[in-house]
Unconditional design. Structure first.
Length: 129
């Protein structure tokens, strides 16, 4: 089982891709809580050149609340990460974690149902791109 799903965008800038996925996630009820720029961080902290790569921490408050009610330690796995990264050929890959894959180790049926719903929402957001 893959632990993510993704799509590749051609003729799209990094900024456009971030805007597109942010909007697609918003349409599915997600907001972006965090944005980590690995390229800038690695340059600043390690003096290493790295391709454009951002990690977006996406959260749907309604489902986060349900998940925490079903499993109070699930906050260790929130928010749902979505990456936007530049490939060597200049294309942009957008990928989202598959919450059902990350929740497999947790034996909680209610949480599994929530993860399936969130998976469908994230997949729809990726498909909109």
């Amino acid at each position: 089982m893959d632990y993510y799903f993704s799509t590749t965008l051609q003729h799209t800038s990094m900024e456009e891709a971030v805007e597109k996925i942010t909007q697609a996630l918003k349409e599915e009820g997600f907001g972006i809580l965090t944005e980590i720029d690995l390229k800038a961080t690695f340059k600043k902290k390690l003096d290493v050149d790295f391709p454009n790569y951002k990690i977006l921490g996406a959260c749907n408050p309604n489902f986060a609340h349900k998940a925490l009610q079903a499993e109070n330690k699930i906050g260790t796995m929130l928010p749902c990460n979505v990456i936007v990264r530049e490939n060597e050929d200049g294309s942009i890959e957008v990928a989202a974690v598959d919450p059902t894959a990350s929740m497999m180790a947790i034996k909680n049926e209610a949480l599994g149902q929530i993860a399936n719903e969130v998976r469908e929402m994230l997949a729809r957001a990726i498909d909109k791109l």
